[in-house]
Design a protein around this ligand. Sequence first.
Ligand code: HEC
Length: 152
Amino acid sequence: MSIFRKTVVLVLTMGPGLAGAVAEAADDPIVTRQAIMASANAAAALGGGMMKGEVAYSPVAGKSVIATLRAASLSYGSFFPEGSDQGNTWAKPAIWEDPDGFAAKLTAFQAATAKANAASGKEGPADLEAFKAAVGPVFGICKSCHETYRKN
Ligand code: HEC
């Protein structure tokens, strides 16, 4: 069964009240982009934990971190339609006032994750040093974008 059909069945079995709430969340670009960032943040926390030696490194975990960050970099920019500067969001108006500048940050994010992905190979970076070299540049871009385009 496809994911789409599973979702439909799930929504149908939940009754009208809940189904409405689910559809609303799925349609809300602010909720979606915050979920993408929360996922990137969880991946960064795992990556950071391995870098600090708090979590044992394994190639499969390294691969998971990099794949999550790559998906975030490729999808994130699609959830900033006009008007979504209003509401429960920390996105700065600068995103819509300077779309080229924001696009440049997204491009840098994508380029860094593409490089990390290429370096991680099929099995993930072989050791912690290789993981650090691959993912380090991605982390720098998080801060750089937030400084200009996020309110806190
Ligand atoms: C291209 C710009 C950009 C990049 C790159 C970026 N962020 Fe964000 N981030 C934002 C913006 C804008 C918001 C605010 C979104 C909103 O509230 O609508 C945000 C929000 C967040 C949040 C809060 C999510 C929530 O639940 O409200 C976290 C955590 C976060 N980012 C972590 C990261 C991490 C970790 C990285 C790097 C792996 C990263 N971000 C890269 C722009 C960026």
